[in-house]
Design a protein around this ligand. Structure first.
Ligand code: CA
Length: 404
């Protein structure tokens, strides 16, 4: 029978972020990496919630793929509900890549741009397809892998846990054999280190623990622009292997290696994370903007004459007519505090006492400064739009359809 050995789980904040929004779980035969988004007090909460969903046994079900997918959908619902219920968690989300080793088969379930790789006989094979803007363009043949790696919008993901009440989960199964090494990682590794270099490091390290350190070291040496998380294990035939080869590790915020209680049971839940400072305002190269993200967001101010008075009247009308619900269906496109094109849901008004009639729906990663000035006004005019219209405008920008 095949099983996982040398289970290794490491995370690192990297060189440019102040907090770590990644979480991971590695308890053979189940392995999970999640990369949160939404800024301090949101991204790390989303990724931890996702990982914690996997600390329970997998639900009964038909296949390992379906059982993993069920847990992911459950995590999505929890994160979505909490992001709607708590203002400071609004817009939070996370990627999630989970792997389950079932004797000779590795089941993978996946949402977002964290990845799974298989290293066999010195060759590295990617097992997941990124749910990212550039990933989709690569799959459609519009962009090469090399162009994608350099693309300014490479960190924009098109699918995540949290932003919507339901999430589509991709699943696959792969046959594995003794000697295979499996790597799960967040994009803080793959955005900094080429796949060739990852393969070289994995091939060079006798112990996976050293390989994990090597991968994190390489990402930091390349600039460490994002949080870096790696989960590694080797597939071995269990004939002749003692229990001592089984290891467990969890990253909520701090990494916990080994099997602390010696029972082989999943470790207890982590204490709540310490508050983190918001990440620094950073350029696009170092700050991925993602679906539903408002990093360190100050909302856009709408300083118009009489705005406060108009707003009060609007609110009174809304309350009077039940229009609040209608406003939930309204969207507008503007810019956030960093000048990034953003879709907002609601009405473009601020009220006195810090009350807003809108919330961040999607932060595009597209700087408004790249839009030609003569088109900027018409696109970023805060006019009310349907959801599809707002998404269409921003998607056209991201795909480079709106230039001159
Ligand atoms: Ca990341």
């Amino acid at each position: 029978m095949l099983r996982a050995t040398q289970v290794t789980c490491r995370t690192d904040t990297g060189r440019q972020r102040r907090g770590n929004e990644d979480s991971a779980f590695a308890h053979a035969p189940l392995f999970v990496v999640a990369d949160g988004m939404g800024g301090a007090q949101a991204g790390e909460v989303a990724s931890q919630m996702a990982v914690e969903t996997f600390r329970q046994a997998l639900p009964d079900g038909t296949s390992a793929e379906e059982r993993l997918a069920q847990r992911i959908r459950e995590a999505n619902r929890r994160i979505h509900d909490r992001s709607r219920a708590e203002r400071e968690r609004a817009g939070m989300g996370t990627t999630l890549t989970a792997a389950y080793l079932d004797d000779g088969t590795l089941a993978i379930a996946h949402v977002g741009d964290s990845r799974a790789y298989l290293m066999r006989d010195g060759a590295l094979k990617r097992l997941t397809r990124d749910h990212s803007l550039v990933g989709e363009l690569v799959q459609r043949g519009k962009l090469t892998e090399e162009e994608a790696a350099e693309h300014p919008q490479r960190s924009i993901i098109t699918r995540a846990l949290g932003p919507e009440p339901d999430v589509e989960v991709d699943t696959w199964s792969y046959p594995v054999r003794a000697g295979d090494v499996i790597l799960l990682c967040s994009d803080g590794l793959t955005s900094m280190v080429s796949e060739d270099e990852v393969a070289e490091i994995l091939a060079g390290g006798k112990r996976l623990e050293d390989a994990a350190e090597g991968l994190i070291g390489a990402a930091n040496a390349a600039g460490g622009r994002d949080n870096i998380t790696v989960v590694l294990f080797r597939v071995e035939d269990d004939a002749g292997l003692g229990d001592a080869t089984l290891e467990h590790a969890v990253i909520g915020a701090p990494a916990v290696d080994g099997d602390p209680d010696g029972t082989g049971a999943p470790p207890p839940l982590e204490p709540p994370p310490q508050p983190l400072e918001p990440p620094p305002a950073d350029p696009y190269t170092s700050a991925p903007r993602r679906v539903g993200t408002a990093p360190g967001a100050r909302r856009r101010r709408f300083a118009k004459p009489m705005a406060a008075l108009i707003s009060v009247i609007v609110v009174l009308c809304l309350v009077g007519t039940g229009g609040y619900l209608a406003s939930r269906q309204l969207y507008f496109v503007g810019t956030d505090a960093q000048g990034v094109v953003t879709i907002y849901r609601g009405l473009p008004y601020d009220l006195p006492f810090g009350i807003h009639l809108y919330e961040t729906y999607y932060v595009s990663g597209f700087p408004a400064s790249l839009i030609p000035p003569d088109r900027r006004g018409a696109l970023l005019d805060n006019h009310l739009r349907s959801q599809n219209d707002a998404i269409g405008v921003v998607r056209d920008l991201e795909l480079g359809k709106i230039t001159r």
